[in-house]
Design a protein around this ligand. Structure first.
Ligand code: AMP
Length: 139
């Protein structure tokens, strides 16, 4: 069964589409965290960031790059929080990659990206070195 976002791409359910090209589309979030809260998605259905082919990932970032200033200007925002919830444990509810563009305003009561994770770990230097190595060997 296709995701709700694929149904938007197919025109089967309505959305306030603000941008569309061959491989990506952007539309207003139906339950906005701020005026102008926009979602940018690849038209094809991929559940997680790593599932997105490289060329489509490039297109996706190009659309994010294009939309950030458009959204900020449209709602006169001071800044934007740009985020992917990548996987269920990270809060992803719709299994179709989507980038949230959440306009931010001075004094809007929101927090920085650091506010979303759980308890911060207390990592020793050797643990940080090991983690860095583990990532580096896979990158
Ligand atoms: P996430 O928790 O990262 O998966 O975010 C899913 C987002 O999709 C939420 O912010 C929802 O408000 C939004 N959403 C769900 N259904 C629709 C829809 N039909 N049109 C626009 N946005 C939607």
């Amino acid at each position: 069964m296709s995701t709700i976002f694929s149904q938007i791409v197919e025109g089967e359910i309505p959305a306030r589409i603000v941008y569309e090209d061959e491989s990506t589309v952007a539309f207003l979030d139906v339950n906005p965290l701020a005026p102008g809260h926009t979602l940018v998605i690849p038209k094809d259905e991929y559940e997680r960031l790593n599932d997105v082919p490289e060329d489509i990932a490039t297109d996706l970032y190009a659309t994010v790059h294009r939309l950030v200033p458009a959204v900020e200007e449209a709602v006169d925002a001071d800044a934007t929080t740009v985020a992917f919830n990548n996987g269920e444990a990270a809060g992803q509810e719709v299994p179709h990659v989507h980038c949230h563009l959440v306009p931010r305003f001075a004094g809007d009561g929101g927090g920085p990206i650091h506010a979303i994770a759980g308890d911060q770990p207390d990592l020793a230097d050797d643990e940080l070195d090991t983690i860095a190595e583990e990532i580096e060997t896979r990158a």
